[in-house]
Write a new protein. Structure first.
Length: 178
């Protein structure tokens, strides 16, 4: 037997499965006395009703999300650190390559403060140019990924719906990301 997990409305569930007597009661508890409340609900419900406790699943999902967030943000931090070192190296290389030019500028009367200001303006120009071009390219890449990958995922869901109807799969929930 093939089982799929879907989240759907009661109307669509009835259309897909033909079952109209399916009832779901979703209870969300605050953090106080959860175990006692759940025990009382199970006692009232008896054995004739299926009871699904999603707390463990939710905790695992939260832990997975946290792990992925740590991985992604750690990766971004390493890339940012490497980028900062690259910028520093570029500036040092630029200043070292212009040693003769800077010496000539000092010889014709440029003060140390003016030279520092010139190097800072050059650094600001590099930074601003990199920031603007990075933002433009990042936004374009994000738009492309969302349009290409998200629409493909939605098309798969539509095909899965048709396939599930044809094969008479048991459908529990339908995940739709819009």
């Amino acid at each position: 037997m093939n089982l799929a997990t879907f989240i759907t409305t009661e109307k669509i569930f009835t259309e897909l499965t033909g079952v109209s007597s399916y009832e779901v009661i979703d209870i969300q508890l605050d953090s106080r006395n959860q175990e006692q409340t759940i025990s009382e609900i199970k006692a009232i419900a008896g054995g004739a009703i299926a009871f699904l406790d999603a707390r463990q699943k939710n905790a695992e999902i939260d832990q997975t999300f946290f792990t992925m967030a740590v991985f992604v943000y750690g990766f971004v931090a390493v890339i940012a650190f490497i980028s900062i070192l690259n910028i520093i190296n570029t500036m040092n290389t630029s200043v070292a390559a212009k040693t003769r030019y800077l010496g000539v500028m000092r010889a014709v009367g440029m003060s140390g403060a003016q030279m520092d200001k010139m190097v800072l303006v050059e650094a600001a120009t590099y930074s601003l140019t990199g920031c603007i071009s990075g933002c433009i390219l990042g936004i374009a890449l994000q738009k492309m990924l969302i349009e290409n990958w998200l629409t493909r995922f939605q098309m798969w869901l539509i095909r899965c719906n048709r396939h599930c109807r044809e094969k008479n799969f048991i459908i529990e929930n339908l995940f739709i990301f819009v």
